[in-house]
Design a protein around this ligand. Structure first.
Ligand code: ACO
Length: 329
């Protein structure tokens, strides 16, 4: 039994916030943002648009490409750190919207690595239990609602959006499996450098936590930067080594879109030429768990990858979490 990528989808909200807009909100400038991050603009969800609404749109497009309906799904997994609610899960909300009555659904929290972790879990579940034949995996975030719009160190970095992938199993021996190698990691000793401090059971929400901006992303950017480069290079090299596939055979590297400088530092160390590295951080900023799904969908629909191509996905995020998947699209 093999598992293939049957469809991809993505969605970004209509509203665009440019660097020029940010210049009016905090003490920053377009040049600083472009040269330090590569970001030119980002999309922000409407006030009445939640993470599940964006995941639904991305998922709908992925199902359409796969040629299946919501009721055909056996599971829905949503990678997110900005769920609609603490509970019920965004996955359960999607189940209702898709009419996926037979599916079991849950959210997975691994920050920017959310889609990679979710794909690995989905693939393992499908291999372990043949009853799960069609699984919808989404990475979706409304980071704008946990962004401190008065903090120039972080507010220029983030955006909203969603990406989705439909995995489908096949008994046809001629269909190659989509997951060739994976290398995923976490390191809980770095919890302090990237976190949303309050609103959980450690520091419950109070008037004081709201006043102290503790419901927003706090990040030690420089430290995260260095760790991100080393971690993505190490995981990327590991999946190349494990698979025995040469860097020249990789059609496209899709790194998590946090910062173009991080991406440009990772690519040459993997031995893959720059022109085979996908970048859209300029348009969307860092959309956390959504970023790799949006890239994969844009690459597929834009004809940059075709079924059978080797694609290296690599991500890094809060937790810390990081890893790489070598897939056959
Ligand atoms: N506009 C103008 N100046 C700014 C801005 C801004 N928006 N932000 C910071 N600065 C200033 C700083 O105050 C600092 O000034 P100082 O030297 O007088 O103190 C100066 O610019 C340089 O700041 P640095 O922090 O050294 O800038 P750096 O080159 O490291 O870039 C950045 C900062 C973009 C945040 C970078 O470190 C980065 O991208 N880090 C990684 C972020 C990341 O990948 N996060 C991933 C996960 S997110 C998640 O999981 C949800």
């Amino acid at each position: 039994m093999s598992i293939r990528i049957a469809g991809t989808g993505s969605y970004v909200p209509e509203r665009i916030l440019t660097n020029a807009d940010l210049e009016k909100m905090v003490e920053t400038n377009d040049e600083w943002i472009r040269t330090r991050t590569g970001i030119e603009e980002r999309h922000l969800a409407a006030d009445n648009e939640a993470t599940s609404d964006m995941a639904y749109e991305a998922g709908r497009r992925a199902l359409e490409m796969a040629g299946i309906r919501g009721e055909d799904l056996d599971a829905i997994i949503v990678g997110t750190i900005t769920p609609d609610h603490v509970f019920p899960s965004t996955g359960c909300i999607l189940q209702q919207r898709f009419g996926a009555e037979g599916a079991f659904c849950f959210d997975l929290e691994a920050a920017c690595s959310g889609l990679l972790f979710s794909l690995e879990v989905a693939h393992s579940l499908m291999k372990a239990n043949k009853r799960y034949r069609r699984v919808l995996v989404c990475g979706a975030e409304k980071l704008s609602c946990i962004t401190d719009w008065t903090d120039r160190n972080t507010c220029v970095l983030f955006g909203d959006g969603a990406g989705a992938v439909v995995l489908e199993s096949s008994d046809d021996a001629a269909v190659p499996d989509c997951l060739i190698a994976s290398d995923l990691h976490s390191d809980g000793s770095y919890t302090e450098i990237l976190k949303l401090p309050a609103g959980g059971s450690r520091i419950p929400t109070s008037a004081e936590t709201v006043a102290n901006h503790q419901h927003f992303i706090h990040m030690a950017g420089k430290e995260v930067f260095k760790l991100a480069v080393n971690a993505m290079v190490s995981a990327g090299r590991q999946v190349l080594e494990d698979s025995g596939i040469a860097p020249e055979a990789i059609k496209l590297v899709i790194p998590h879109q946090a910062n173009s400088r991080i991406i440009h530092a990772v690519a040459p160390r993997l031995g893959v030429p720059e022109e085979r590295v996908f970048i859209n951080v300029n348009k969307y900023g860092n959309t956390s768990a959504a970023s790799i799904g949006i890239c994969l969908d844009e690459a597929a629909r834009g004809g940059l990858i075709e079924h059978g191509d080797y694609v290296l996905l690599t991500a890094f995020g809060g937790g810390l979490t990081w890893g790489a998947l070598l897939i056959r699209y």
